[in-house]
Design a protein. Structure first.
Length: 356
């Protein structure tokens, strides 16, 4: 008899643990690349060693860091009395992790662009395009294997799945239970997204209204923003070139503070707009999930009728019809369950974006 804290697993079944996102891999990658850049700018390493480090040595070191952190996460789960389970880990990201990954990607692309400044325009476009594709894929891989610290069993979200060769099969009564579960989940998801969208629309409109109010009060804010952005660009370029002797410092006064506030308001408006745009993806997935669930409901009603008829007067044709309806309901419920998991990831992103 299985214990209460140990799920029953069958042939082909695996358990996927949702673990939090870890900033270690991407942070260490950015730090290592800047260390190599500093050594290259200070002429401590030559060209070929610098590029070998960027292309081969740093990714290899990141692989060893991943092996260490992954083994730690697996060992912590095994210590929670789940030794007999076949399980895999999956990163559960949020809005902060997405912003962090995009920031690291933007820093890497801008740094590469400064290194390619001596090439011709055509070669710069070719190298930057290749860098965007390769480094973007590299950041995506790192983010998908950035397993966070698993403190105990309750800190992970456990989901039981079956391989495609062994789809989950529901009984006549099991169909009803699964349908009710999915319908309640979709209703809750829809209500949550409506709430998050309304909050984002109000806060986004408030942020943009504040930006417009600052512009109406001081027409020179736009020019101050341009000056401030050029100062920050000069600071970043000095940091990239590791030229700290002529590091420019932004002039902080009342006008620059107002300009910083205007920049913050327009950035907040942009992020709240992203939450609203995310609703489009949610709506499409929700409509698809509702289609499968409503179709399953109609087929389930037919199955109930045929089941009653079969128990009253059994026949081979009715039995075949019941088997066909059961298979169709199982197929559509499994697809609806997959869409539900996609909706959960969108909900987590909207929730974390609203909190931030």
């Amino acid at each position: 008899m299985a214990s209460d804290n140990q799920p029953i697993t069958g042939k082909g079944q695996q358990v996927i643990y949702k673990v939090p996102f870890s900033y270690i891999l991407i942070s260490s990658d950015v730090i290592l690349r800047f260390i190599c850049l500093w050594m290259y700018k200070s002429q401590n390493i030559n060209d070929w060693l610098f590029w070998l480090s960027q292309i081969i040595f740093i990714p290899l070191l990141e692989f060893f860091i991943f092996m260490f952190t992954n083994s730690q996460a697996v060992e912590r789960i095994k210590k929670s009395k789940l030794l007999n389970e076949k399980f895999t880990l999956e990163v559960e990201g949020n809005a902060q992790s997405v912003i962090f990954c995009l920031t690291a990607f933007a820093i890497g692309i801008f740094t590469s662009w400064t290194l390619f400044a001596d090439f011709t325009i055509g070669m710069q476009i070719f190298l930057i395009t290749g860098t965007i594709v390769v480094y973007g894929f590299y950041i995506w891989v790192l983010s998908s294997i950035s397993f966070g610290r698993v403190k105990n069993e309750n800190s992970t979200r456990k989901e039981e799945h079956k391989n495609q060769n062994y789809p989950e099969i529901f009984s006549v009564d099991g169909n009803d239970e699964k349908l009710v579960e999915l319908e309640i989940s979709l209703t809750q998801f829809s209500n949550k997204v409506d709430t998050y969208t309304l909050e984002s629309a109000l806060l986004g409109a408030l942020s943009f209204s504040g930006f417009l109010a600052i512009l109406s009060l001081d027409n020179s804010v736009v020019n101050n923003i341009q000056i401030l952005l050029s100062q920050f660009s000069a600071i970043f370029n000095s940091l990239i070139d590791l030229n700290f002797n002529i590091l420019p410092l932004p002039i902080l006064n009342q006008q620059t503070i107002i300009s910083l506030l205007a920049i913050e308001l327009i950035i907040c408006s942009f992020f709240f707009l992203l939450v609203i745009v995310s609703r489009i993806r949610f709506h499409d997935t929700l409509c698809e999930a509702e289609l499968y669930i409503k179709t399953s409901r109609e087929l389930n009603n037919k199955e109930e009728e045929y089941d009653i008829i079969y128990h009253q007067s059994p026949s081979e044709s009715i039995k075949e019809r019941l088997a066909f309806l059961s298979a169709e309901i199982t197929k559509k419920l499994n697809i609806g369950t997959k869409r539900k998991k996609e909706l959960e990831s969108i909900i987590n992103y909207l929730k974390s974006a609203n909190k931030s």
